[in-house]
Design a protein around this ligand. Structure first.
Ligand code: GDP
Length: 176
């Protein structure tokens, strides 16, 4: 799904979810196809562009990455207001980050007037062992109840990272 040529459409995607769930690592994996355990923490807001080919259409996704800190909360509304879609990340080894997903959905819905496509991502699937962590079925059930897409990923080994962006891009293209 590598794109050749200019993008026909550009969408603005916000990365959200608690600190340390792997938002910056997912963006790094998407854009550079690499993983680094020592990424500098995001200060404020930063974006990277990923262009993909979806069903014959070149689509550019601006991935807006934020710091998850509370300090950033005040910026949130203006940040979300212009979003076309969102990637909401939790860490499958952190029950707390999973429980915070509903708050993030509320934050998005308070800020964006339209209904935007959201994909919920359970990241760090490589770290799950046995029955530890958030079961995939729980993630899928919560996503279904919230009416959002769902995928489990690993920024570390690349599992499902491209699929995340493709699913979201497909949904964005289906809107108009
Ligand atoms: P952010 O605060 O949400 O942007 O999270 P980071 O991308 O900075 O990642 C937080 C920590 O989790 C870092 O130490 C990353 O190396 C690590 N990490 C991120 N994604 C994964 C993953 O898929 N698997 C593993 N094992 N570690 C990850």
């Amino acid at each position: 799904n590598e794109a050749n040529g200019p993008a026909e459409r550009t969408f603005r995607i916000v990365m959200c979810g608690d600190a340390a769930v792997g938002k910056s690592s997912l963006v790094f994996r998407l854009v550079k196809n690499e993983f680094s355990s020592g990424l500098p923490s995001t200060l404020g807001v930063d974006f990277h562009v990923k262009t993909v080919n979806v069903d014959g259409h070149n689509v550019a996704l601006q991935l807006w990455d934020t710091a998850g800190q509370e300090r950033f909360r005040s910026l949130c509304k203006s940040y979300f207001r212009r979003a076309d879609g969102a990637i909401l990340v939790y860490d499958v080894t952190s029950e707390h980050s999973f429980l915070r997903v509903r708050d993030w959905i509320d934050t998005i819905k308070e800020s964006v007037e339209r209904n935007i496509p959201i994909i919920m991502v359970g990241n760090k699937s490589d770290l799950r062992s046995g029955n530890d962590g958030v079961p995939k079925s729980d993630g899928a059930a919560v996503a279904a109840s919230l009416g959002v897409l769902f995928v489990e990923t690993s920024a570390k080994n690349g599992h499902n990272v491209d699929q995340t962006i493709l699913q979201l891009a497909r949904e964005l293209l289906a809107i108009e």
